[in-house]
Design a protein around this ligand. Structure first.
Ligand code: UDP
Length: 243
């Protein structure tokens, strides 16, 4: 774990805001080794508490940023504030914009068949000059996995966005990191659905009030079970604070 990280229930977070995170990651985009970036929210932290493999990946990741108001709140309660939340979807889009400016190759992997290709079209329209090095949907079979890794490696992307859901995407990147040929690989959850226009983000005022989780629940009520991680996370942080 890098020095200066702030732990929330055992998960180390880098105390970087959006601008610093973009700047830091930008400095790795031309590197040779694969830098794994994780945007972790309370659900990720709760999952890591029961999944040792995920916890080990989080502790080894090159950068872990606070994706969600819950993490920022928990860090503040512990007396080690994190500067701000760094939503994964915003970070991913900032990096795509930067890639377009600098001519870096971007690979989109994940989502239902057609989503990554649609996301590529939308992003290319929004960011002229963007070079999409390849797209791949996220429902390939274990037998197809080697071929998927080989295709990514052949494209040698500077930036690889992997939207397979947490923790599958973190484990997938970690497992293949040395063979992906990508300078930076980041798990982006459902961001490709957002880029493709299939899922809407919460309106700005809800994001500013830290209510993105409420919007997600209202628009995707099937997430209720997963969202129970939020109150469990809050209780765990509060109990820890008293001990
Ligand atoms: N997904 C995928 N392959 C899978 C499981 C999920 O490509 O085997 C995609 C799914 O289509 C969606 C994303 O992963 O685009 C998960 O989105 P979600 O908002 O649930 O992300 P999370 O909150 O888990 O990060």
């Amino acid at each position: 774990m890098a020095a200066g990280r702030i732990e929330v229930l055992g998960v180390p977070f880098d105390p970087l805001g959006m601008e610093e995170a973009v700047k830091t990651i930008a400095s790795w985009l031309e590197g040779e080794e694969c830098h794994q970036i994780v945007t972790a929210n309370p659900e990720t932290v709760m999952k890591a508490g029961e999944d040792r493999e995920l916890m080990a990946i989080l502790r080894e990741a090159r950068l872990v940023v606070a994706d969600g108001i819950g993490i920022v709140w928990a860090a503040r309660r512990q007396g080690n504030p994190l500067p701000e939340r760094v939503p994964g979807v915003e970070l991913a889009e900032r990096l795509v914009a930067l890639a377009a400016q600098r001519g870096y190759r971007v690979y989109l992997l994940g989502g239902a068949p057609g989503v990554a290709a649609e996301a590529a079209r939308c992003l290319e329209a929004k960011y002229p000059g963007l070079v999409i090095a390849g797209v791949q949907h996220g429902y390939f079979s274990p037998e197809e996995e080697e071929g998927v890794v080989a295709a990514v490696a052949a494209a040698r992307p500077h930036l690889l966005l992997v939207g397979l859901g947490m923790p599958k995407q973190e484990k997938w990147i970690y497992r293949h990191r040395q063979r992906l040929g990508a300078a930076v690989a980041i798990g982006v959850g459902g961001s490709l659905d957002v880029f493709a226009g299939r899922v809407c983000r919460a309106p700005g005022w809800m994001c500013r009030l830290g209510l993105e989780w409420l919007y997600r629940f209202l628009t995707q009520p099937q997430r209720l079970f997963r969202m129970l991680a939020l109150p469990r996370f809050a209780v765990k942080v509060l109990v820890q604070g008293r001990s």
